[in-house]
Design a protein around this ligand. Structure first.
Ligand code: GLU
Length: 471
């Protein structure tokens, strides 16, 4: 919650704001903003000798495209409003990056750390059964994925439960994404959100004139970054930005507190340190600077809030000194803090763009599942032979010989991980260019978030209009 307005209201307000720069027919905006289906579930789970009543939700925000898609989170913060807001963000996210799904989200109101693996398994299986009973899951209906507090393990339980009830359904493996690779998952899905965050920031920083406006030079290399949260998204963003982008990570925070080192923190070593000691505090060379929120106030080029929503509020926004804020988490900035940051000259890369890498690779996984084969399997050898023939012809014509190493590089087909990563890179770059072009075409659009909502709204609206529902 931000002040008196809820998370869902705050997403709706952003949409209303952006709608002023669109030309939507009467009534369509209200339909787009509304959550189409809300499922509220209560079920008992046996914990030791007692029973606990578990509260859970699945929300399908928009059916302009099917299936609907979105993660399932396990967190104590889960309530109907939060799941509705996150489901709505999924619709705009999918539209923006041209992933042909409607938006959905699920949530179970639990702290997973309080339960054993067996208990978590029975909660997950019971939740899946409820979804099956209400027709809220299926490869053509609604396809869950991981989110905060869930991962490949939970997705495997969901798949197994679904298949037990839908024995023989040929496309059943596409009922959930983010599965382990051995259970029909896809390589690259686990780190996809963090990798997408990196590609998005890098693309944004490649525009010299945009960077100049916020007092930065062009290019990501050598820039400083602070990351809040070392979960799946935060740790992969930090690792990939450091390894592939030459970024210097100067601040990190986790639930035990924030650390700072102006000379840069080796994230790989820090992750190992935390695994061993159970904390990031005391990491050699770093300074403990305060609670988990303290890192947000470090002066840096790029700030990556990658934990939960509502981290930057009216209270701490005036003290944020980052040039770029990449919302790797969903909703880390409250609606009333957003204008304060913009006024102070920060550029905000909004959640439903910058963290869209996860659902993008989920889409690739779903395509792989429906086609029942691994990308590249059918064509790689054939293409490689064709390239070889061309090289041979070139050798014959020029009289020169191509080395074995060069031949290998020039003729080989892409592996699954290479194809996934290049598809992800292309998706993040294309979407950013669309958002940027939208801003260039309408100089009244004040910021990236509004421009991204304009793009997403126009795409969803054109679906409704072409269905003939709205004139
Ligand atoms: N939970 C992720 C998100 O918020 C991924 C959703 C998906 O892969 O369907 O985007």
């Amino acid at each position: 919650m931000s002040g008196h307005i809820s998370f869902f209201e705050s997403v709706s307000n952003y949409v209303d704001n952006a709608a002023r720069y669109t030309d939507l027919p009467n009534g369509l905006l209200e339909q787009i903003k509304a959550c189409n289906l809300v499922l509220r579930i209560r079920f008992p789970v046996r914990i030791g000798n007692d029973y606990e009543v578990i509260e859970a939700y699945r929300v399908q925000h928009s059916h302009h495209r099917l299936p609907t898609k979105g993660g399932i989170r396990y967190a104590e913060s889960v309530d109907q409003d939060e799941v509705m807001a996150l489901a709505a963000l999924m619709s705009y996210k999918c539209a923006l990056v041209d992933v042909p799904f409607g938006g959905a989200k699920g949530g179970i109101k639990i702290n997973p750390a309080r339960f054993t693996v067996e208990q978590l398994q029975s909660i997950t299986r019971r939740y899946t059964t409820e979804l099956i009973k209400k027709n809220f899951i299926g490869p053509g209906i609604d396809v869950p994925a991981p989110d905060y507090g869930t991962g490949p393990r939970e997705m495997a339980w969901i798949l197994d439960t679904y298949q037990a009830f839908r024995h023989g359904e040929i496309d059943s493996i596409g009922c959930v994404t983010g599965k382990p690779i051995t259970q029909n998952g896809i390589r690259g899905r686990n780190e996809a959100t963090g990798r997408g965050v990196f590609y998005g920031i890098r693309e944004c920083m490649s525009h010299e004139e945009d960077m100049k406006k916020i007092g930065l030079t062009k290019g990501i290399e050598g820039k400083t970054m602070v990351v809040q949260g070392l979960g799946n998204v935060g740790s992969n963003t930090a690792l990939i930005s450091q390894r592939e982008g030459g970024v210097k990570i100067i601040g990190v925070s986790e639930r035990e507190g924030s650390i700072y080192d102006a000379n840069g923190i080796d994230v790989e070593k820090l992750l190992l340190y935390r695994m061993e000691k159970g904390t990031i505090i005391g990491y050699p060379g770093s300074k403990h600077i305060g609670d988990p929120k303290a890192a947000l106030e470090i002066e840096c080029d790029i700030l990556v809030p990658a934990a939960l929503e509502n981290q930057i509020t009216v209270e701490n926004a005036p003290r944020i000194k980052a040039k770029i804020i990449a919302e790797a988490a969903n909703g880390p900035i409250t609606a009333d803090a957003d204008p304060i940051l913009l006024k102070n000259g920060s550029m905000i890369l909004p959640d439903f763009y910058i963290n869209a890498g996860g659902v993008t690779v989920s889409y690739f996984e779903w395509l792989k599942n429906l086609s029942h084969h691994r990308f590249g399997r059918l064509e790689n050898r054939f293409q490689s032979q064709a390239f070889s023939n061309i090289l041979k012809k070139v050798e014959d014509m020029t009289g020169k010989t191509i080395s074995d190493r060069e031949r290998y590089l020039l003729t080989r087909g892409g592996t699954e991980i290479e194809l996934v990563n290049s598809g992800l890179e292309d998706t993040m770059i294309t979407a950013y260019q669309q958002v940027r072009d939208t801003m260039l075409m309408n100089s009244k659009i004040p910021d990236v978030r509004t421009a991204a909502f304009v793009c997403a709204l126009n795409k969803i609206a054109s679906d409704y209009i072409s269905m003939g529902i709205f004139p």
